[in-house]
Design a protein around this ligand. Structure first.
Ligand code: DGL
Length: 272
């Protein structure tokens, strides 16, 4: 384990940028005694517009970096990376790996709505990961999927409650609402940051399924016995691949505090 990281092994989390902080926040609330090492691959953001091979390469770098830093559990807090690289990361990682797609799918099926819509990055939607997981777990559900490429930059900008975001959301979500979607799976960890605008656009009858809380529930359900859900002494380490003022501004808004242990790092040549 590298120096400076918590005395006991942290939980590793990665995403391209601020989106995975929604997962970090949900996990930390459930397990205040745990320490977390969050890697934001800000130098290579966004992942959602890149090819499968590139996202796989980035995900393996990020996972390798976190494993090298002694994490005991790896959470891929990115739907695009989960969609393209979950199996590769699992097969190369010496520690358990949790992705974001399946927990979101299970939460969505749990509400029993027959018409489910899923939104995500171009990569996530093109990969068909949600469509496959939904059909595998419940063949009777009707699914519509839409890529929303402008949502990630809006979330990175901190425009979660903004007229421009309302307008973009109406454009992307209009056809899904007309079709009669009863629940909308937010298949990108950046999207919960747009919740105020999204809620305004979809209205009270459409449930928003947030992959951040679903993944936190899944981690506690599957690994909670070995994790510290009690004491409130855990620390949060944030490593970024590019110095980003924007990241810090939005991170403060999401977490409610400024990350204390912040480092600029290079993950390019790392593999698990
Ligand atoms: N937050 C990520 C996801 O869940 C990636 C967004 C991006 O970098 O395009 O897909």
């Amino acid at each position: 384990m590298k120096d400076g990281i918590a005395a006991h092994r942290p939980i590793g989390i990665f995403d391209s940028g601020v989106g995975g902080l929604t997962v970090l926040r949900a996990l930390h609330r459930r397990m205040p005694g745990e320490s977390f090492l969050y890697l934001g691959d800000t130098a290579r953001l966004p992942y959602g517009t890149k090819s499968a091979a590139t996202v796989r390469h980035y995900a393996l770098n990020a996972a390798g970096y976190l494993v090298e830093h002694g994490v005991k559990l790896l959470v891929i807090a990115c739907n695009t990376a989960t969609s393209y690289a979950l199996d590769d990361v699992i097969s190369s990682s010496p520690v358990p790996v949790v992705g974001v797609v399946e927990p979101g799918v299970r939460a969505a099926l749990g509400i029993g709505a027959p018409r489910l819509a899923v939104v995500g990055t171009e990569g996530t939607i093109r990969s068909g990961s949600y469509q496959r997981a939904l059909t595998r777990l419940d063949g009777s559900v009707e699914i519509r999927a839409a890529a929303c490429p402008l949502f990630v930059p809006l979330a990175e900008e901190g425009w979660g409650d903004h007229p421009v975001t309302d307008q973009v959301a109406r454009h992307y979500l209009g056809p899904l609402l007309e079709w009669g979607a009863e629940a909308l799976i937010l298949g990108c960890t950046h999207y919960p940051l747009l919740r105020p605008s999204l809620e305004r656009v979809v209205g009270p009858r459409v449930r928003l399924i947030d992959s951040a809380t679903s993944v936190a529930d899944a981690v506690v359900a599957d690994h909670g016995g070995r994790l510290d859900t009690t004491a409130a002494t855990g620390e949060v380490f944030v490593h970024l691949t590019d110095a980003s003022e924007n990241f810090l501004r939005v991170a403060r808004a999401i977490l409610g505090y400024s990350p204390e242990h912040l480092e600029l790092v290079d993950v390019r040549d790392t593999r698990p």
